[in-house]
Ligand binder design. Structure first.
Ligand code: GLA
Length: 731
């Protein structure tokens, strides 16, 4: 096997490379590890990028060194510490027994191993075969405290992907406290960057937001105990000229669902430091002698051909090497969910006609949403009591699931396992399971509270209840989380270790999911947190798909799905057709547009099928049938963004099969104009010399024509319209 990682002993340079990318780091004087390069592949390196030595005022030097041109304050480093003469943001802050917080990471040794070692207890990218990747582990030490820091770099052979994480081991004789430990640091020199992040809110997630990187510090973070609607754990750094198809793009996605922080600092000489990891907000971790702490990992990619190429690298690694479920390559069932159809107001008899209609229309799964358990008629009770509400299902859930199965549909169910209502048997039996600070009243949110998932006994209680539900003929679980964490404290930990609770919470949830997904491999798990409040690569490790947003309005969804696609594959993104006027925005959009937007993801319906007119039923039947034809192309094809909703009146995207013989194009227009300018859409990703037939019109085009000449967009006289085109190669 050809080496993906080499070490040039003479130059002291490590080179991670494949045919797409290279990453270079070097040993500097005093054993400091410096960053040389991350970008498109190079074959060899001859030392030309060694950092120039310049004497800069107020940038101090290493102890014992007289060379005033060598300073940690300016040197691009692979990993920094606090308490020395690097005044930029530190990657690590460790408090020693004497109260000091200084460290200096000095190179000790390295290892190169085939494949990718596992990160215990954390979600991560994996290999199926050791020849797929190589891993470089560089061990650094702080010689005073005997802390050992391992920097892990895995490069995949056939992907423009490197993963990074770090691990701190206490080889000293006294405990230390980790106050901050980043998963990665990269120091860029001579780059004029813009950042692209994905902020949002409930029902308004992941809006592509681009800004110039300027002097000072900017952070993109969540302090909500989850990856959040508010700032997704993703960041891209791009050139000002970068667009969907050209220019450099560095992409970073943290494989973690808890509090995260992405920090950017542009320093005194316009160098940019990037730090990514667990948020240091209210974080601390007690590290006893001989103990280790491993950070979550970051997936990073580099593209010299714009944002589509960056996104495609993420889509492929997450789809193929992060998602583990047996459903990862399977056609995902088209479902109908009763939430927007009935909210809490349902019982078995009211749901049966919806199931019957779903069957008639070709829908493949019925999902029973919130309100089937405890005595839940609204959102003020019963979270924590995962047994059937007898008033709604007098003969139990198994009886209803049998009915759904007899109709030929799969049966799914909603749960919100991390939560507790005050009005619940669980709270009456175990009030201490509710997370709260002693002596202070906890804050409700949606009238509910959070279970202390850091405690093994709480995880065990939830596992036991959920496994009883899963044993009743359940094919699918929608795992929700309808508030953020507050009042963070665990009675399971001593006072000195309360800073561990946020991270232990998510580790507890991961442990529970590991057990559930291992013991119930045939259940399809869908993630949800008030829509897309936990849409991250860590969650994808356990849940192959997630509800992208509670906002089902087709127009709003264009922005949300466009932003989501920057990092996450289409197969992870669920999208449903709902009723009009839309329940979140009041907007009326045509059923065709609602269908085309939802068909651009993992497709389903979220409305009362029994209330559709005959004409609407016929349209839905056609939508379901046509989605079945294009399902594998949509879910597993290559996705190209062509026009973004943030740029103007139109959105366009397309899906191309791996062999480039089939493609689906969707174009959307927000407003109609009386005398609008003519517009065109240029396709992408086709083979220029193949001939493609558009299925609806029979018109034949060469790939080159579709990509270079493009297609005229239709002139429309209605707002919120869409058009779909299905191309197949002419045999
Ligand atoms: C969240 C979900 C919705 C629905 C409700 C039920 O808001 O995102 O889809 O399941 O909870 O309470």
């Amino acid at each position: 096997m050809t080496a993906l990682i080499t070490f040039d002993e003479q130059q002291g340079v490590f080179h991670l490379h494949n045919r797409k990318i290279s990453y270079l780091l070097a040993l500097e004087e005093g054993g400091i590890l410096s960053h040389l390069y991350f970008g498109s592949a190079i074959d060899s390196y001859h030392g030309q990028l060694r950092y120039p030595r310049v004497d800069r005022g107020f940038s101090g030097n290493l102890p014992g060194h007289t060379d005033r041109t060598y300073s940690l304050d300016t040197l691009p480093q692979e990993y920094s510490a606090s308490g020395d003469s690097d005044y930029r943001l530190p990657a690590a802050i460790i408090e020693h027994a004497d109260g000091s917080r200084a460290a200096r990471w000095i190179f000790k040794d390295y290892q190169i191993v085939d494949g990718k070692p596992e990160l215990a207890g954390l979600p991560q990218a994996f290999v199926e075969d050791k020849t797929e990747a190589q891993t470089l582990i560089i061990n650094l030490v702080d010689e005073v405290s005997h802390l050992e820091l391992a920097l892990n770099y895995t490069i995949y052979r056939d992907r423009a992907i490197i993963t990074r994480s770090s691990k701190l081991t206490n080889l000293g004789s006294q405990a230390v406290t980790i106050k901050k430990l980043a998963s990665l640091q990269i120091d860029f020199v001579a780059k004029d960057f813009e950042s692209i992040c994905l902020p949002g809110a409930h029902a308004n997630e992941r809006h592509l937001t681009r800004a110039k990187v300027t002097a000072g510090v900017k952070s993109f973070e969540s302090r909500r105990g989850s990856s959040s609607h508010h700032m997704n754990p993703f960041l891209a750094l791009v050139e000002p000229k970068t667009d969907e198809f050209s220019g450099e793009a560095y992409g970073f996605a943290l494989v973690y669902s808890g509090n995260h922080k992405f920090e950017l600092e542009q320093d005194q000489i316009d160098q940019t430091r990037l730090l990514i990891g667990i948020n240091d907000y209210n974080f601390s971790w007690d590290l006893q002698p001989q103990a280790s702490f491993t950070t979550p990992e970051v997936l990073m990619t580099y593209s010299e051909a714009g944002l589509n190429q960056m996104s495609q690298a993420f889509h492929q690694i997450i789809q193929e090497r992060v998602v583990r479920s047996k459903f990862k390559h399977q056609a995902r069932p088209i479902l109908v969910n009763n939430w927007e159809a009935t909210y809490f107001d349902f019982d078995e008899e009211k749901l049966k006609p919806i199931v019957a209609d779903a069957k008639k229309l070709g829908i493949e799964m019925f999902v029973l949403d919130d309100g089937w358990f405890g005595h839940r008629d609204d959102d003020t009770s019963s979270l924590g009591d995962w047994s059937v509400y007898k008033k709604k299902f007098p003969q139990g859930i198994k009886h209803f699931s049998d009915y759904v199965h007899e109709q030929g549909l799969k049966f799914g169910i909603w749960v919100e396992p991390e939560m507790i209502s005050l009005d619940s048997d669980l709270y009456r039996q175990h009030p201490d399971y509710l997370m709260q600070v002693p002596g202070r009243a906890p804050s409700p949110s949606r009238s509910q509270f959070v279970l202390d998932m850091s405690r093994p006994e709480v995880q065990a209680n939830v596992y036991q209840q959920l496994s009883q539900v899963l044993d009743q003929g359940i094919d699918y679980i929608k795992w929700d989380m309808n508030r953020n964490i507050s009042d963070v404290y665990s009675v399971g930990l001593p006072a000195s270790r309360q800073g561990e609770v946020y991270h232990r919470y998510i580790l507890g949830v991961y442990a529970l999911l590991e057990k559930l997904t291992t013991n119930y491999p045939d259940v399809l798990f869908e993630g949800c947190s008030g829509g897309g409040g936990r849409f991250d690569a860590g969650w994808a490790y356990y849940m192959p798909q997630s509800w992208a947003s509670d906002n089902t309005d087709a127009l709003a969804r264009l922005t949300i799905q466009y932003g989501t696609s920057l990092a996450y594959p289409i197969s992870t993104m669920t999208a449903h057709v709902s009723a009009v006027p839309n329940h979140q925005t009041g907007r009326q959009t045509p059923l065709k547009t609602r269908g085309d937007v939802a068909m651009s993801g993992v497709f389903g319906y979220e409305l009362d099928l029994t209330k559709l007119s005959q004409a609407e039923q016929a349209t839905v039947k056609k939508q379901v049938a046509s989605y079945k034809q294009i399902r594998s192309l949509i879910q597993y094809g290559k996705f190209y963004r062509l026009k973004g909703p943030h740029e103007g009146n139109q959105t366009a995207w397309m899906f191309v099969s791996p062999d480039q013989r089939e493609a689906m194009l969707f174009t959307f227009q927000e407003q109609a104009f009386a005398q609008g300018a003519l517009t065109k859409t240029h396709l992408a990703g086709l083979k220029p010399d193949l001939f493609y037939r558009e299925e609806a019109t029979g018109q034949v085009y060469s790939g080159a024509e579709l990509m270079k000449l493009g297609l005229y967009d239709p002139v429309v006289h209605q707002d919120y319209t869409s058009k779909s085109y299905h191309f197949k190669v002419l045999d």
